[in-house]
Each structure stands twice: as structure tokens, then as C-alpha cells.
Unconditional design. Structure first.
Length: 135
């Protein structure tokens, strides 16, 4: 059996669902409190973002029109991967160290900033490619 993306996705989904179930079961007064269970799940979400973002630049898309267009697309994937990987790490770190009242809005803002950087880089790469074709 080859270890492909489908198997990896199934394993990742199983781990996340298992972690959520364990957190729910453990969220009893004698084991851990609900706040800690919630934090653990949010940390897992941040680390999942790290895993997916780290893999994004390694994905091969459809062939581009030219080598320059391919280079621009790959550069956009790399920047998006870096920005979302950092956002995921900061997201998880926020849930580890910040108070819950601050962690929720701060972690959302961090991911929004990382996503904005990724979208702006992709937009810039697409615009540059159009200008290259017209030129």
C-alpha cells in the first residue's frame, strides 16, 4: 500500500476526531476542566494549519503557460505556505499562553492576517502573469 494524500488525510482526520472525543471525555472535573479541553482542541487546530500550510508549496498544480508564470505561482505558494505556517504556530502559541478571553480574538486575527498575505501574494502573481502574457 502506498502512503498517498488520501491515507494521510484520513489519518489526520482520525487523529483530530479522536483528540476532540478524548477532550470531551476528559472534560470532567476529576480529569481536566473544560477550559483546558478547549485549549487542547484549539492547539490541535493550530498545528493542523501548520501541517497543511507546510505542505502547500509542495503541491504541484496544473502546468503554467511559461516558466516565468510557473515561477510566480510557486513563489506565491511558498509565501502562502510560510505565512500560514507562522499563523498556525502563533495560533497554537496563543492558545497555550494567552488567557481565553484574549486567545479567541487574537488567534482569529493572526490567521486572518496570514490568509490576507497569502491571498495578496496569489493576486500579485496572477496579475504579473497577465501582464507578462499581454506584453
Amino acid at each position: 500500500m502506498t502512503f498517498n494524500r488520501t491515507v494521510a488525510a484520513a489519518i489526520g482526520a482520525t487523529l483530530l476526531i479522536s483528540l476532540a472525543a478524548l477532550g470531551r471525555l476528559a472534560a470532567r472535573p476529576e480529569v481536566i476542566d473544560a477550559d483546558t479541553a478547549s485549549r487542547l482542541m484549539q492547539i490541535a487546530i493550530g498545528l493542523t494549519l501548520v501541517a497543511f500550510a507546510n505542505g502547500a508549496p509542495k503541491q504541484i498544480g496544473r502546468p503554467r503557460v511559461s516558466l516565468e508564470a510557473e515561477g510566480r505561482a510557486q513563489a506565491a505558494r511558498r509565501i502562502a505556505g510560510w505565512s500560514l505556517t507562522l499563523a498556525g504556530l502563533i495560533y497554537a502559541g496563543t492558545w497555550i499562553f494567552a488567557p481565553v478571553a484574549l486567545a479567541a480574538p487574537a488567534s482569529i486575527a493572526v490567521v486572518a492576517i496570514g490568509l490576507t498575505v497569502a491571498v495578496l501574494c496569489a493576486r500579485s502573481a496572477c496579475r504579473s502573469r497577465r501582464a507578462f502574457r499581454a506584453g
